[in-house]
Design a binder for this molecule. Structure first.
Ligand code: GDP
Length: 470
């Protein structure tokens, strides 16, 4: 049973010229519309080569038509797909004709086909989001992970936790409602253990989800350091074009520059920033530094560039320690790699070393020597700071799935309620109403991931970011 009565139509292929163009119609009136357009209802799920008729019965186009009767279609409603030639004008002519076939047909809103699929329970919200993410993927890994999410990898993992939570809630509720004589109650220690396992699973899931977010959004790398350290040279070497101006004149980069590159199938958003100093009398330099701080606060990973040859006065230098302190106060803890640049001058050997827990990469940005090593390091061994430091190879993990910030938010809140339930359980030494209530709230947060208990305005916001025809 589908949720709407009106029928929607949209051109599902991108605008412009192409071999074929596809128009999709979904809704109750599809059979009646098919009759008017094609002279018949095509056989279900069989491609048929048919004339596309104008209002006077003349042939407008020869098309391939596909009919998917409800409920076995993408949206769960009757769907007619018309494959014509991929020219914008001809597709507009067909669309105009389709809109005249029925009084209840209208142009679909962005993402409306997927929204109907979600509302008709054909997919959950995670899968609906994954469809948009496959289309919008900016890297190989993002596309692959979105496909995993669409196949339900992410949803299944959340479902397993959700099931465990349902069971625990059942035990908790029955322990509150019935006495020991009435039902066999599971021991307090077992409840404690079950809860601990769920907390662990949610926290593990948070980490994998964080990776999914990084895969979707890309990793934000910010290049920073003092003026003339070679930040812009490194930026150009990493993005592979002479994008930033390079000069010996201090303070050439005053605004931030952004480029996106794919390393090992992962999107990296690289930002070049204005050099940091303790103070500057130049107003533009001050604005530039303010932007650098903003970029640093939003980064996943900082490349802190140093010119070990630099003999200039150190009085106005901002140290890495200071940067870390400022970010820490803002509750930010991006990973940091130190770049010892200008190896051609220092004669230091190109390579990677670890000193005081910092990874140090020695290279020459100007001569593009050692930058491949940095790229390899970034894509294979990127360090993420989530709860604790650990390295993770995003490119190699086959079970990756794509995720969004709202999923992280739900998991974080769920974890918070579970921890509160644990505190209740440990302090009361028994199962009480507060414990059960916290479990219920944790469960509600998890359910939001699938789109259950999701307010309409959030759904509208999610689907409005989709393209038309999807
Ligand atoms: P930024 O101010 O930190 O962005 O530094 P730039 O990239 O503009 O470089 C400042 C100066 O250092 C320029 O004259 C560059 O040519 C020079 N430079 C940058 N990297 C290297 C390097 O690896 N070797 C040498 N010899 N010079 C470099």
């Amino acid at each position: 049973m589908s949720y709407t009565i009106d029928t929607v139509v949209a051109i599902s292929t991108p605008p412009g010229r192409g071999g074929i163009g596809i128009i999709r119609i979904s809704g109750k009136s599809v059979p009646e519309i098919a009759h008017k357009l094609l002279g018949k209802i095509p056989n279900p799920r069989k491609a048929e080569y048919l004339p596309f008729l104008d209002t006077d019965g003349s042939i407008l186009e020869q098309v391939i038509a596909l009919f998917f009767p409800e409920p076995n279609s993408f949206t769960g409603e009757n769907i007619l797909e018309i494959h014509g030639h991929g020219g914008q004008i001809i597709l507009d002519i067909l669309l105009e004709r389709i809109l005249k076939t029925s009084s209840d047909i209208r142009i679909a809103h962005p993402g409306e086909f997927t929204k109907r699929a979600f509302l008709n329970n054909k997919i959950d919200l995670v899968q609906a989001e994954a469809i948009a993410d496959i289309i919008d993927a900016t890297s190989y890994q993002a596309a692959k992970s979105a496909s995993n999410s669409l196949q339900g990898i992410f949803s299944r993992k959340i479902h397993i936790i959700s099931e465990q939570l349902t069971n625990l809630r059942m035990y908790a509720e029955s322990s509150i409602d019935f006495s020991e004589d009435e039902i066999s109650i599971i021991p307090y220690e077992d409840i404690k253990k079950k809860l601990r396992n769920i907390i662990n699973d949610v926290q593990k899931m948070y980490k994998s989800t964080y990776h999914g977010v990084l895969l979707r959004e890309g990793i934000k790398i910010v290049i920073a350091g003092k003026p003339n350290a070679g930040k812009s040279s490194l930026f150009n070497a990493l993005v592979g074009i002479d994008r930033a101006i390079i000069s010996t004149i201090s303070g050439t980069t005053r605004d931030t520059l952004h480029e996106c590159v794919q390393l090992n199938g992962i999107a990296f958003h690289i930002t070049d920033t204005a050099g940091l100093q303790k103070k500057s009398d130049n107003e533009i330099e001050q604005i530039g530094m303010k932007r650098t701080w903003e970029e640093l606060s939003n980064s996943d990973h900082i490349l802190w560039v140093i010119d070990p040859n630099d003999k200039t006065d150190k009085e106005h230098d901002i140290t890495l320690e200071h940067v870390e302190k400022v970010l820490f106060c803002k509750n930010k803890k991006p990973a940091i790699t130190i770049i010892h640049n200008k190896s051609d001058l220092t004669k230091n050997k190109i390579g990677i070393s670890i000193i005081n827990n910092y990874t140090i990469i020695t290279l020459s940005a100007l001569f593009d020597d050692g930058t491949d090593l940095l790229k390899e390091y970034l894509s294979n061994n990127i360090k993420f700071q989530i709860q604790e430091d650990y390295s993770y190879n995003l490119a190699e993990n086959q079970g990756n799935f794509i995720a969004r910030r709202r999923h992280l938010d739900a998991l974080e809140k769920s974890s918070k309620y579970l921890l509160s339930a644990q505190t209740q359980l440990l302090s009361a030494m028994s199962i009480n109403e507060l414990f059960a209530e916290d479990l219920g709230l944790a469960h509600k947060e998890l359910s939001k991931i699938f789109g259950k208990c999701t307010p309409d305005d959030l759904l509208t916001r999610i689907f409005s970011t989709f393209c038309i025809g999807k």
